[in-house]
Design a protein around this ligand. Structure first.
Ligand SMILES: O=C(O)CCC(=O)C(=O)O
Ligand SMILES: [Fe+2]
Length: 322
């Protein structure tokens, strides 16, 4: 696996392979391309202050130890006992999480157990991540030849995008053979920005039938594409299967922010890309459905840990029978 240095200055990228993604600089007008369709990219000099990231990490780890660990230990003991007695615990995820919603309306004031300082820091971090997500959507538009703002608009619905952060710990697991940290899935939504532990690995993505580690890199932001962007880009960018493994040592932190369409946004392939796809006559190119994002999510909650293609098919029949 090749790791390239962060260059150009405002959009660094760690590449998963040399044939893969390049993200360039808008300010220096360099051409950027991000047309690999399988990998996640890791942004290095993304502009979010390292001090802020360090504080987010410090507070998140302290919050886990003081508030969440005791509860997790009970769940862990129960799960291990069941697994060791022969029960199938492969449908259990070895993670301790809480979710902060930012848009369309923040719920951070209502979350129990967070102190004011942690709330403030998480709000500031979310605001930076939101800006970065929107910049990346603009970059994707440019990359795809879509008019500026197209993707943001496609996500808007009547009430703006949905945006939230899942804060997770993947504590050490004495029996990694019995249970995964998070089972394999593609993300349902739009663009996902992940601040992952810089020491403890565990995240993997599926590439050509093989699981490839997404290596921990200090202060990097991992960028992942969800099912909605696959549909809107008519398959030019594809959501990728990923999973988190458990390990007997190390407590992995992960802070994943999901920038998704609004609930009532109507999702469909961008007409310009459908036309371009037809011109290219891409053999076997998928055809994607048109649907309301909330309907997709209602299906996703029941079929998250399955392949995405049947979900796309089911949305086609839902429209056909409506
Ligand atoms: O924790 C991670 O690295 C990934 C989390 C994830 O894939 C998810 O929550 O959808
Ligand atoms: Fe995910």
């Amino acid at each position: 696996m090749t790791i390239h240095s962060a260059d150009p200055p405002d959009w660094g990228v760690v590449q998963q392979s040399s044939s893969c993604c390049k993200v360039g600089s808008r300010s220096t007008n360099q051409i950027f391309r991000w047309d690999c369709i399988w990998c996640m990219v890791q942004l290095l000099n993304h502009g979010i202050s390292h001090e802020l990231m360090d504080e987010v990490e410090r507070l998140t780890k302290a919050h886990y130890s003081s508030c969440r660990e005791p509860r997790f230990q009970e769940f862990a003991a129960r799960t291990l006992e069941a697994g060791e007695k022969g029960a199938d615990v492969k449908d259990v995820d070895w993670e301790s999480t809480f979710f902060v919603r930012h848009l369309p309306a923040s719920n951070i004031a209502d979350l129990p157990d967070l102190d004011d300082h942690y709330r403030q820091v998480m709000k500031q971090f979310a605001s930076e991540i939101q800006k970065l997500s929107e910049k990346l959507l603009d970059l994707l538009c440019e990359n795809l030849g879509l008019e500026k703002g197209y993707l943001k608009q496609a996500f808007a619905g009547s009430n703006g995008p949905t945006f939230g952060t899942k804060v997770s710990a993947y504590p050490p697991c004495p029996r990694p053979d019995l249970v995964d940290g998070l089972r394999a899935h593609t993300d349902a939504g739009g663009i996902i920005l992940l601040f992952q532990d810089d020491q403890v690995s565990g995240l993997q993505l599926l590439k050509d039938g093989e699981w490839v580690e997404v290596p921990p890199v200090r202060h990097a932001i991992v960028v992942n594409i969800g099912d909605q962007l696959e549909v809107i880009t008519n398959g030019r960018y594809k959501s990728v299967m990923h999973r988190v493994l458990t390990r007997p040592d190390g407590n992995r932190m992960s802070i994943a922010s999901f920038y998704n369409p609004g609930a009532d946004a109507v999702i469909f392939p961008a007409p310009a890309l459908v036309a371009a796809g037809a011109e290219e006559e891409r053999a076997g190119a998928a055809t994607y459905p048109r649907f309301v994002f909330e309907d997709y999510m209602n299906l996703y909650v029941r079929h998250k840990f399955e392949a995405k293609e049947p979900r796309f098919e089911a949305m086609k029949s839902a429209i056909a029978t409506a």
